[in-house]
Design a protein around this ligand. Structure first.
Ligand code: ATP
Ligand code: MG
Length: 693
């Protein structure tokens, strides 16, 4: 009991009401950043601490693996680490593995790793198009049908009733759906939706299983409940089996999966379904500055057809921060490069890279940002850490580490060095490789070495065996190590998360809203909600940007998103119509100042080359001794300032200094990566090193 206040501290009266409500139905209906996730995690911890529920009897679910990871982290911090927080799918899969052998033969069928091929075979058999795009459309439609609890035999009727446009004639789709199911069953594999379907069916049809389940799980919590689909709701009902110990929280304005069958009607209808429920509404936004909150309110105020009761205005609670910024660029590479520069500047101001995110509408947008960040030597991670232990390189590493621990043949006491030695056989180099998959692989392996360092620091006597046990425990608890770096993520996967600085990129018509939403008002509204989700991820710094052409030198025919027209403040360069804005110089360089190689005179386009002032092919004329001195100085300064070395100067900037030996301020600031702040901070020391004094 003495601990009690700790869990109620830092909660406002409404949040506290939801946290302390007795076991039974509770519903929190509130906007982004108002503390819904905080409220449910505190509620769980509170119930556990008061002994009202055993951690193992609570099942908390949410919709994305990242959000589930975030929930687990928060629960652990509150001392309720024993509670399961998972996605619907992960929870169902776990249950299915346990139930399946009891009611069906053998063990659970594996998940298919090639749904595309199965659907393609079905399409081929029926003489339908097997083009990639068509197959993708058919897959998406089958997924919608399964999530909406519509089987092949009802598909045509239901879509006609709903007036739902179908990618191919409805009868054909229902046949393809049927053949797909057949092929899948013959191959004895499951798809993602089957995990939920089978779980619900087993619980519904086998009283002995459901009884056991009910004695095991007694309390349910659903975050982001606005995005529940009929299939998930059926699973939830099967879990509950008529009981009412259910806490749900959500925000109808953040419904972003209705294209896949989700609907906020269960959230909004919760108080009607459970008239005795404790219902709480929150409107204080604790996440974002008033500037970000005001933009978020503007975005969602423009929404059409909002359900009754969802017109809450968020009220920002934090201190003032910078105004959200808008920026327009000629092309995507220029946009990405500018974002990388801004990120470097934020890092220099002390914003941790793990507190910065670049969010986009479709995953294909990621690549140009990966390149720009690699060019600028800024580490990033494309996927969240949540699937860390499922990554190929990590699985390989675990096998090798386990082998090495069993052989016990590594001499030396130094655990991190031993781990590094094992992983170097898998290709772990001391320096990160350039961009792409190789870099991600490198980051995963490096994260494993860092974990070894962490363990060695806390348990000095730990050897490889202890380390491997630690990895197993973390894999089981889905507790990945943090991979330091900027997050690159889709808007969908960013739901529920928050960062100090957020860059919403590619905000052009055709991408946000996505092209295929055009002409469908409901689909356009969903795209607007996606933008709202994006805006509300930012605590402090928020930039929205777009590019007029996809590739460098391409035709600048794109337009900024219709959603941002009214948001850009008057007088802002990005507020002008596209062409004028370009000429008024919101970004980009005129031909005259296009950088050229100081050795061969060719034009430079690559960021690294521009920094060096020469092309990569031209030989480096760096003073090696000076370079070594600069490196040592940088390490020392980075240690003193407690920042990563590249925050002082990136490798490319350091090399450029060693090559160009700048003697005065003008020459030093001419090196990209050295602005006024760095000049003031480090200028004198650099000149000293260069002059050899
Ligand atoms: P979303 O709709 O985006 O999922 P949410 O409503 O779940 O948002 P949380 O993530 O729980 O919001 O909270 C947003 C931020 O505000 C978190 O950093 C949280 O710790 C903080 N916060 C919430 N409530 C309070 C409070 N009463 N006092 C201080 N900080 C709070
Ligand atoms: Mg949340």
């Amino acid at each position: 009991m003495a601990e009690l206040p700790r869990l109620l501290e830092g909660l406002d009266p409404e949040q506290r009401e939801a946290v302390t409500a007795p076991r039974g139905p509770v519903c929190v209906l509130a906007g982004a950043g108002t503390g819904k996730t905080r409220t449910i995690t505190h509620r769980i911890a509170h119930l556990v601490e008061r002994g009202l529920v055993v951690p193992q009897q609570v099942l908390a679910v949410t919709f994305t693996a990242r959000a589930a990871g975030e929930m687990r982290t928060r629960l652990r911090a509150l001392g309720a680490g024993g509670v399961q927080a998972q996605t619907f799918h992960a929870a169902a899969f776990r249950q299915l593995r346990y139930f399946w052998p009891r009611v069906l033969d053998g063990s659970v069928w594996p998940l298919t790793d090639n749904k595309f091929r199965l659907v393609m075979q079905a399409a081929h058999r029926l003489g339908m198009s097997t083009e990639k795009e068509s197959v993708r459309d058919v897959i998406a439609e089958i997924e919608w049908a399964k999530a909406s609890l519509v089987g092949p035999e009802q598909y045509s009727k239901v879509t006609t009733q709903l007036g739902r446009p179908t990618p191919v004639v409805a009868d054909q789709l229902s046949k393809a759906f049927e053949v797909y199911e057949q092929l899948k069953n013959e191959a004895r594999v499951l798809d993602f939706d089957d995990l939920l379907l089978h779980t619900a069916a087993i619980l519904e049809d086998h009283p002995e299983v459901s009884e056991e389940f009910r004695s095991r799980y007694r309390s349910f919590v659903v975050d982001e409940y606005q995005d529940v689909n009929p299939l998930q709701q059926r699973v939830l009902d099967a879990w509950l089996g008529g009981r009412d110990d259910l806490t749900v929280v959500g925000d109808a304005n953040q419904t972003i999966y209705s294209f896949a069958g989700a609907a906020p009607k269960w959230l909004i209808g919760f108080p009607r379904r459970f008239p005795e429920a404790t219902v709480v509404r929150l409107e204080r936004d604790y996440r974002s500055t008033p500037q970000v909150v005001s933009l978020a309110n503007e975005v969602i105020d423009a929404a059409q057809g909002r359900p009754a009761g969802t017109r809450l205005r968020l009220v920002g609670q934090r201190a003032d921060g910078p105004k959200p910024d808008f920026a327009e660029y000629d092309d995507e590479p220029a946009e990405a490069e500018a974002v990388a520069h801004r990120i470097a500047a934020l890092a220099q101001q002390g914003v941790a890279l793990s507190e910065i995110a670049v969010l986009f509408r479709v995953n294909a947008q990621s690549e140009v940002y990966e390149k720009a960040l690699s060019d600028a030597d800024i580490p990033y991670q494309v996927r969240g850490g949540e699937r860390f232990f499922a990554r190929n390189e990590v699985r390989q590493a675990m096998v090798s580490l386990r082998g090495a621990a069993a052989r016990d043949d590594l001499s030396g006491e130094d655990l991190p060095a031993n781990v590094r030695a094992v992983l170097s056989e898998l290709g772990l180099t001391t320096r990160p490789p350039e961009g792409g998959a190789a870099r991600e692989r490198w980051q995963s392996l490096s994260a494993l070495v860092e974990l070894a360092e962490e363990l060695a620091a806390t348990v000095p006597e730990a050897g490889l065996a202890r380390y491997v046990a630690e990895l197993d425990m973390r894999a089981e608890a889905q507790h990945p190590p943090t991979v330091e770096g900027v997050t690159l993520a889709s808007l969908h996967s960013a739901k529920g998360l928050e960062w100090d600085a957020v860059f919403l990129v590619g905000v052009v018509d055709g991408t946000l809203p996505i092209q295929h939403a055009d002409g469908n008002d409901a689909a356009v509204e969903e795209e607007r909600r996606l933008l709202y989700v994006g805006v509300t991820r930012a605590r402090e710094h928020l930039t929205l940007s777009w590019a007029l052409s996809r590739s460098a030198g391409g035709r600048r025919h794109r337009k900024r998103s219709r959603f941002v027209h009214s948001l850009v403040p008057e007088g802002h360069p990005a507020a002008l119509p596209a062409q004028t804005a370009r000429r008024s110089g919101s970004s980009g360089k005129s031909k005259a100042d296009k950088p050229t190689c100081r050795l061969c005179g060719n034009r430079l386009v690559n960021t690294k080359d521009i920094k060096l002032g020469r092309c990569a092919e031209c030989p480096s004329d760096a003073d090696q001794e000076l370079l070594a001195k600069l490196r040592a100085w940088r390490s020392q300064r980075a240690r003193e300032l407690q920042v990563p070395a590249y925050v002082v100067f990136t490798d490319a900037t350091l090399l450029a200094i060693a090559e160009q030996r700048p003697g005065d301020s003008a020459a030093l600031t001419a090196i990209p990566g050295v602005g006024a702040t760095k000049l003031e901070r480090f200028g004198a020391e650099v000149f000293e090193l260069v002059s050899g004094e």
